[in-house]
Design a protein around this ligand. Structure first.
Ligand code: EZ4
Ligand code: CO
Length: 395
């Protein structure tokens, strides 16, 4: 390959994109966005990865992946794996463009006609939440994630925009007991209003201990959730045994994972039902396809993480996988600002709650570099959660 550039832009929020160009003038894009730590990945790429790509064969995707992963000696970690993901996706983009095929054709072809999504509904109280659910239903979303404010807590993550621009993170409140009392009552009201059929999801954002998570899963069983997400911090994979033994609520985990080893116990023992990794944070299409195949052995399905902080490049790569794999579950999709759609013109479409990657050769996303340059990086952080006595909490 002749050139590789790292482009950081902020059309509403920060995105890091790697652009690789081959000797023959074919370009490929990869997403390296790591929310709140964007410049660490941009620097890792430009200082430590781009120089290694000089003179390599862009068609050797597996070999390049192994060389970046094993050759670094320092394995895993979100910064490293987001950087490797960007190279991997850019190379898949190039290979598919050279073949003249949309990426999903190189992944085995389509297993379905379109990709089911879920959208986010949230409200500080029930009327606001109901309005938000109705808005998602009107957009056609076939499944909806429900998050609400908790009485007594000022600010709760997921109940407003997830973006905090500024030099310091915003502090949010947390109280597990208040949360565990409130959430089942919320789902009771939502089921009474919207009926038994609408698939509903909920994200705990890692805030409970295993015994608390087991209790919440059990309390939510009457409301028939599609999944309960990140119910406890899963660095402690063993903790999921306790949760699993005590509830039949389906469990989804993995948006912060970056390696198959993070899933080893969870998948081998079938302690979860959905794997949540994205192409961008898991090292690319190459390892994520392997994870899905591993998960399939244990009747576990995909549920790719699709927040606003994965760029349209990373989103598109995921949609190609969604269309191709057999054990697809659901795809998260929150949409983008109009400006983001303009900076990243894309072939993928979102119609009546379903995504399709489009049939452009490659992953089907381009980058308007001039427009990107007009919207430079702006520091922004995820918030910090503190208990009411000031202790920093999991989330
Ligand atoms: O908090 O993408 O399921 N989705 C989520 C997201 C994550 C952000 C973190 O960067 O939990 O909103
Ligand atoms: Co989540």
């Amino acid at each position: 390959m002749v050139a590789a550039d790292v482009i950081v832009t902020s059309p509403g929020r920060n995105f890091v994109t790697l652009k690789i160009e081959t000797d023959d003038g074919v370009t490929g894009l990869g997403d390296a966005t790591l929310n709140g730590r964007e410049l660490a990945v941009a620097t890792y790429l430009s200082e430590h990865v781009v120089p290694l790509l000089t003179g390599t064969d862009p068609h050797r995707i597996e070999d390049t992946w192994q060389s970046l992963y094993r050759g670094a000696y320092w394995r895993r970690g979100p910064v490293t794996m987001a950087a490797i993901a960007a190279v991997d996706v850019a190379l898949w983009d190039i290979k598919a463009k050279v073949a003249g095929l949309p990426l999903y054709q190189l992944l085995g072809g389509k297993s379905r006609d379109r990709v089911r999504t879920y959208g986010h509904a949230h409200g500080s109280d029930m009327p606001e939440l109901f309005d938000s659910i109705n808005a998602r239903i009107a957009q056609g979303y076939p499944a909806i994630r429900v998050q609400t404010g908790i009485p007594g807590l000022r600010k709760v993550y997921g109940v407003r925009s997830t973006l905090d621009q500024g030099v310091l993170p915003v502090v949010e409140d947390w109280d597990s007991a208040a949360y565990m009392r409130h959430v089942p009552a919320v789902f009771e009201e939502v089921r009474n209003e919207f009926g038994p059929r609408l698939p509903l999801l909920h994200d705990v954002h890692h805030r409970l201990t295993p015994i608390q998570a087991a209790r919440l899963g059990r309390d939510l069983e009457p409301y028939d959730l599609f999944w309960l997400e990140d119910c406890t911090p899963a660095e402690n994979q063993d903790g999921l045994r306790l949760v699993r033994r005590n509830t039949t609520t389906p469990l989804a985990i993995g948006e912060v994972f970056n390696s198959v080893f993070d899933y080893q116990t969870l998948v081998n023992e079938q302690l979860i039902d959905y794997v949540r990794s994205s192409v961008t944070h898991f090292g690319g299409v190459t390892p994520l396809k392997k994870l899905f195949d591993f998960a399939a052995l244990h009747q576990i399905r995909s549920g790719i993480h699709g927040p606003e902080d994965i760029s349209p490049v990373g989103m598109a790569a995921g949609i190609h996988l969604d269309l191709a794999i057999h054990n697809f579950g659901i795809q998260e999709y929150s949409g983008y600002t109009d400006l983001t759609h303009e900076v990243f013109p894309h072939a993928f479409t979102f119609t009546d709650g379903y995504l399709h990657p489009g049939d452009a050769p490659g992953i089907g996303v381009e980058l308007d570099e001039q427009l990107a340059a007009a919207h430079p990086y702006a520091p922004a952080y995820l918030p910090v959660n503190r208990l009411l006595d000031g202790t920093v909490h999991d989330w």
